[in-house]
Design a protein around this ligand. Sequence first.
Ligand code: DGL
Length: 285
Amino acid sequence: MPDRRPIGFFDSGVGGLTVLREVLRRLPAESTVYLGDNARAPYGPRSDEEVIRFSSECLDELAARDVKAIVVACNTASAVALADLRRRYDVPILGVVRPGASAAVLTTRTRRVGVIATQATVRSHAYFQAIKDEDPFVEVYEHATPDLVPMVERGVIDGPEAETAVRRSLAPLLGERDGDGDSVFPLPASATIDTLLLGCTHYPLLAPLIAEVAGPRIAVIDSATATASALAHLLEVNGLATPAGSEASHTQLTTGDLAAFGRTAERLFGSLFASIGPIAVAGAA
Ligand code: DGL
């Protein structure tokens, strides 16, 4: 029995649209409801308790809209709150950490993977754990890069300011020890990563610049693309897929200021954002 109900997407703000963007490319027949908790973003510097509480409130809002599955597009919420969220709801819930970790394990040849993410994601070691679960012999170097989210939100994704910030943020993972990096697992001078996993919703928007700074020997991959594939699989195994060719509808919700959400989303996603439907204010926050 095909299921035409929408898929819910949750993020702390607009960044999760990078995940929605990949899902729309991969599953164009699926309808979606996207909720950004802009009123309380960013989640990256918050405590685990806050991330769990806010995420639960937002998922209550999505669950009330009769969604057939939920994607926790926010890396921080996936890393910190996924287990709690799965206990609360009886719809299938997909996070972005496991799909991203699997893609990293399939990509690395030297078995050395770097992960950049928010402070809360790095503190949780969720990526470390997920990669080790797939292959205990992969070395994982997690590094918090908190400067990048606010910069992307301002629409700065290329040019000198972005390049300086990306170089400074990646320096510890590229073996340049004189940056201000606070790597949880400092990279030994002899080791070099061959795969860099972008473990934050905003970083795919910086991917061309990050790839340039990282150089041709490092594969740059992101959780958004991997999550779209995992979602296709989830819908298939649960018999939840909408038939190909169906007309999809899309709704966007924010707990924050409507106009500010629209401006940021449009600045970052341009025509895609304009094409994906009305915005309404959600009551979660
Ligand atoms: N959505 C968050 C994530 O992917 C980044 C923004 C934030 O800190 O809230 O981790």
